[in-house]
Ligand binder design. Sequence first.
Ligand code: HEC
Ligand code: HEC
Ligand code: HEC
Length: 416
Amino acid sequence: MRRTPSAPAAALAAGLLLLAGCRGDDAGRGAADPRAGTAADPATVLTTDSERRGETIFSRENCGRCHSLFAAPPDEGEAPPPGPPVEGPLGSRVGPDLGSEGHRHSDDWHYAHLYAPTVVVASSRMPPSRHLFRPEAGRPVPTADAVDLVAYLQALGRARRDIWAEWRRREPSMPPSPSVNATTRRRGAALYGEHCAGCHGPQGDGRGAAAPLLETPPRDFTAGRFRFTSAPAGAADADLFRSLTLGTGTGSAMPSFEWLPADDRWALVGRIREFSIDGAAVPVVAPPATTAGAPAISAAAGDPSGDAVTRGRRLWQELECAACHGEGGQGMTRQEAAAGWSDETGAPIARSTDLRHACDYKAGASDAAIERSIVAGLGPGMPSYGESLPDPADRRALILFLRSLGPTWPRIRNRP
Ligand code: HEC
Ligand code: HEC
Ligand code: HEC
């Protein structure tokens, strides 16, 4: 079992005291360590200057002292579900192999983790790298070195294939939920304290110790308002189960917990429900009609000149999706869109999703997931298009158009 139980996430201040002398400036840094990977690793090709500088920083900081870079994705066959990173023995200081790290997490997850590992992963024995940050208006801001280091981490293992993108395009399996009893409730509370409280807060109010370090704040569960749903009215238990199975990819810091047994994930869904003001009285929403029975569309998926994609492009223009996502679907910041996007609590939504890359789709990138997002919307930032798109064939055409935007899975820019 990974991610060993431990004390609840330490407060930021406690993190500060940790391992001050463990900065990677020991003698004999990375270079001679056979476990430290290099750009010659066929699974990793560094294409930007930032990534190449990041590799130098990885060895300068002696990260290879604890991390190998072996776990390259297999050449062919279905990519395995991600699972937890492979860790050393329980509670050991040996870090997981980072060979497939690229696109496992968002950039802001990495920054928070580098700055204060134990607030993000309670049991972590990784030393913090505070020197890669500078204070600005009371918040730690990544230095150019930290930005390059994270660009390098995001490149690891993606030369041949992006297993995270492939995985996010699949709909996760969902075994039925077991019945709720005192044991499952206790289990849910224990798992929550161990894996979630650092970000979502011990009270579920989104104010965990890691929250100030993240670009997109963790959800406040006490409000009972969710964003990754199958209907505008709210989240079904299945939606919550899916969110914590998938995580939010590179879109924001919510990690995937696919590696926890399904019963544990259901116990966590129960725990989330207990936080909301009116307890479990959140309506269970029926999933929307899907395109499953829709008439077939003539063009092959992804053919940019096909009929369906042309129809999808027309809908994209008519519905003015580009006003918020950019002409090429690359996503926009609030400033670029000159939009006042804010979330349920009034906090700003930093940017709209980069629709060219499966990893950036926070609610998942399977056809069904994209359809859910378009039909139900994503909370206050992204409108619901259920009424504008009643015809399943139109929804399908729009999804095919979105697929045509990024057939080659371009890189996601690194956002400081
Ligand atoms: C003293 C050993 C040690 C050193 C040095 C170290 N790490 Fe770690 N690292 C760990 C351990 C243990 C974990 C597992 C717990 C966790 O996720 O924090 C980890 C986890 C990670 C993860 C998370 C993997 C995942 O996807 O969950 C990343 C990324 C990472 N380290 C990057 C770095 C980088 C970059 C450096 C150099 C600045 C570094 N580490 C230095 C021990 C170390
Ligand atoms: C590293 C920080 C972090 C950790 C750890 C974390 N979350 Fe999250 N979580 C987030 C963030 C950030 C969001 C908001 C994502 C967004 O809006 O893009 C989120 C969103 C969610 C959502 C989506 C709600 C919705 O609106 O549909 C659920 C459900 C959730 N988290 C459950 C959990 C559970 C359960 C755990 C523990 C097993 C957990 N999270 C651990 C950061 C975290
Ligand atoms: C008013 C601005 C706005 C318009 C118009 C808009 N979007 Fe969005 N969209 C957003 C924002 C902002 C997000 C991210 C929301 C968040 O992070 O909570 C988003 C998210 C999405 C997502 C979910 C991606 C994910 O992260 O899982 C999809 C799919 C999407 N938009 C497609 C479309 C399509 C197709 C159209 C046109 C029919 C459209 N959007 C029109 C602002 C907009």
